[in-house]
Write a protein that binds this ligand. Structure first.
Ligand code: GTP
Length: 194
């Protein structure tokens, strides 16, 4: 059993595994569904260790609120800040999702509130209805996977860039000297042979 699975075993939520294709690449996803109900007034230091451990393993986050529940919207910012604390050195992708977009009559959170928060936090934002449109859910995961892949390839390139030394521009003086040397050795060659 992998360490990631061991961590998830102690967590009171469901763990799903899926193989998905993102831009032609097959990815293996481990999705931890965390229990809801974390309210803004809850102090995040009370967040269980296991949730923080899950956060450490995760390479991307979906923060979902309900557009019919203003409290759930207010819990997004502290959750986001906690993610940044757990991942201080990396810009791990976070997508903010306003769910229950079909319940317009019960709306408590306006679309522009979601957009504004996401802009402020530098996250992608989508408003969806999981019960009305299954494709919305796929879109959300596709967006997150793309962001995670982007970060991976960026980090890979950075690492490669730091390993491979930049080629130095040719030193013209040195080239001329070596060219002269090569010429004179060719000219001298017959006398040394003879
Ligand atoms: N109308 C509507 N109802 C939804 C939608 N998404 C979820 N629900 C309902 O909201 C309730 C909670 O849904 P869950 O999927 O259990 O939500 P959750 O965030 O996992 O809840 P926790 O188990 O507390 O974490 C259920 O009754 C769902 O049917 C949606 O897009 N539209």
């Amino acid at each position: 059993m992998s360490r990631i699975q061991q961590t998830f075993l102690h967590f009171p939520g469901k763990l799903y595994s899926r193989l998905v294709f993102v831009e032609g690449d097959q990815l293996s996803l481990q999705i931890q569904d965390t229990p809801g109900g974390i309210q803004a007034q809850d102090h995040l230091s009370h967040m269980t260790d296991s949730l923080s451990k899950c956060m450490q393993w995760a390479e991307g986050f979906l923060l979902v609120y309900s557009i019919t529940d203003y409290d759930s919207y207010q819990s997004i910012r502290p959750l986001y800040q906690h993610i940044r604390k757990v991942h201080p050195d990396s810009k791990v992708p976070v997508v903010i999702v306003g769910n229950k977009g079909d319940l317009l009559h019960a709306r408590q959170v306006q679309t522009h509130d979601g957009i504004q928060l996401a802009n402020e936090l530098g996250s992608l934002f989508l408003e969806i209805s999981t019960s009305e449109n299954y494709e919305d859910v796929c879109d959300v995961f596709q967006h997150l996977c793309k962001e995670v892949s982007k970060l991976h390839s960026l980090n890979g390139e950075r690492r490669r860039a730091s390993i491979i030394p930049r080629p130095r521009s040719p030193n013209m003086q040195d080239l001329k000297r070596r060219f002269k040397q090569a010429l004179s050795s060719k000219v001298k060659a017959p006398s040394t042979l003879g």
